[in-house]
Ligand binder design. Structure first.
Ligand code: ADP
Ligand code: MG
Length: 315
C-alpha cells in the first residue's frame, strides 16, 4: 500500500497496531499530543516533533536562531495540549556539511531563549552528519496531575480556541512571495510562522478534551471528534481572525477564513468545555452527537472534511 493512499494519519493508525505493548503505568501511548505515563505523584508526558529542511523549513528565509526556537516551541505546544508543564528536552541533530559551528550555536541560542521562558532544561540529544539537509528532532518530557486527552468531548460542550487562527499559514505564504516579506502587514504574521509562541491554558478545570492546532483547525477538531466519538458545529463568523490576517488576505484577494480553517502551525489550543463563556478563549462552536458542520452568519450549513496539512497526502 502506498503511503499517499493512507496519508500520515492512516500510517499512524498502522503504527498503533505495530506498537501494542501494554504497560501498567502507560495511560496513553500513540494517538494523542503526548504519551501519558503514570508516576507516583504525577503523570509524565512524552512528546516528539521534528523539523526537516525542505519539508518544514527553508534556510533561505529562516535563521538558525528561529529554527532552534521553533523546534522547542512546537514540542511545548504538545505538552500544553495535554494540560501539562514542560520540563526536560532532548534534541537530535542531523547536520549537513554546509553548517558550521556558528550556525549550531545560533540554534542553541534560540532554544535557550524559549527554554528559559518556560523553565525547561535541555538535557541531551544525539548528533550525526546528514548527507542531505538539516534535521532537528526534539523530544520533550513534561508532567501533569491530570492529563487532558483528545477524547472526552461530550455533546453540549462548547468548542474554544485560545487565539486568532490562520496567521502562521499566511505568514508562510508571505515568506514565499518575494517582495511582501518586508511589508508592515507581513511582519507579525511571519513571526507567528517562524517563532510560534505556545501558551498554556491556565484554568483547565472542567475541560473535557484538548489538542493543539498544528495541522489546521478542521483536521485537529476532527481528531477530537474521532477520538471522542462526537460531532461538531463551527460558527464561521466567530472564528477569531487577526487584523493582520484580514489585511494581508484582502491584498492577496483571498478569504482569510480559509487560512483560519485549513492553515496549520498556529500552535494555539483547541478545547471543549461545558463553559459557555471564558475570558481566556473564544467560543467558536458546539459539540453535537454526530456530523461535522460549518454554519455561516445567515444560517447556511455545510459539512466539513478534515482538510489541512497532512504528510504524504499533500504534494
Ligand atoms: P502532533 O501533531 O500532536 O505532534 P502527530 O500527529 O505527530 O501529533 O502524532 C499523533 C500520535 O502518533 C502521537 O501519539 C505520536 O506519538 C504518534 N506517532 C507519530 N509518529 C510515530 C512513529 N513514527 N512511531 C510511533 N508513534 C508515532
Ligand atoms: Mg499536537
Amino acid at each position: 500500500m502506498r503511503l499517499s493512499e493512507i496519508g500520515e494519519f492512516g500510517l499512524i493508525d498502522n503504527l498503533k497496531n505495530l506498537c501494542k505493548i501494554k504497560k501498567r503505568d502507560l495511560i496513553t501511548g500513540i494517538g494523542d499530543d503526548a504519551a501519558v505515563v503514570k508516576s507516583q505523584s504525577k503523570n509524565y508526558l512524552l512528546t516528539s516533533d521534528m523539523l526537516l529542511e525542505g519539508v518544514h523549513f527553508d534556510l533561505s528565509f529562516t535563521t538558525f536562531y528561529q529554527l532552534g526556537y521553533k523546534t522547542l516551541s512546537v514540542n511545548i505546544s504538545d505538552i500544553f495540549a495535554m494540560g501539562g508543564k514542560p520540563k526536560y528536552f532532548l534534541l537530535n541533530l542531523g547536520i549537513p556539511q554546509t553548517c558550521n559551528l556558528q550556525d549550531i550555536k545560533e540554534i542553541y541560542r534560540g532554544l535557550n531563549e524559549i527554554a528559559k521562558k518556560f523553565g525547561i532544561a535541555i538535557v541531551g540529544g544525539d548528533t550525526c552528519a546528514s548527507k542531505k539537509g538539516l534535521v532537528l528532532s526534539g523530544t520533550l518530557i513534561g508532567e501533569t496531575g491530570h492529563a487532558i486527552m483528545r477524547k472526552g468531548a461530550v455533546p453540549g460542550d462548547s468548542i474554544f480556541v485560545t487565539g486568532p487562527l490562520g496567521d502562521s499559514a499566511m505568514g508562510l505564504e508571505l515568506l514565499k512571495k518575494p517582495g511582501t516579506t518586508k511589508s508592515d502587514i507581513g511582519t507579525s504574521l511571519i513571526k507567528r510562522h517562524l517563532m510560534p509562541e505556545p501558551a498554556p491554558l491556565k484554568r483547565t478545570a472542567g475541560v473535557t478534551s484538548m489538542i493543539d492546532i498544528s495541522d489546521g483547525l478542521l483536521i485537529d477538531l476532527s481528531h477530537i471528534c474521532d477520538q471522542s466519538k462526537v460531532g461538531a458545529v463551527i460558527y464561521k463568523e466567530t472564528v477569531p481572525l487577526s487584523k493582520e490576517l484580514i489585511n494581508a488576505a484582502k491584498k492577496l484577494r483571498k478569504d482569510p477564513l480559509e487560512y483560519a480553517l485549513k492553515g496549520g502551525e498556529d500552535y494555539l489550543l483547541l478545547f471543549t468545555s461545558p463553559d459557555k463563556i471564558r475570558k481566556d478563549a473564544v467560543r467558536i462552536g458546539d459539540v453535537i452527537n454526530r456530523g461535522r458542520y460549518l454554519v455561516d452568519s445567515e444560517g447556511r450549513i455545510e459539512r466539513f472534511k478534515a482538510e489541512g496539512y497532512e504528510h504524504f497526502k499533500n504534494k
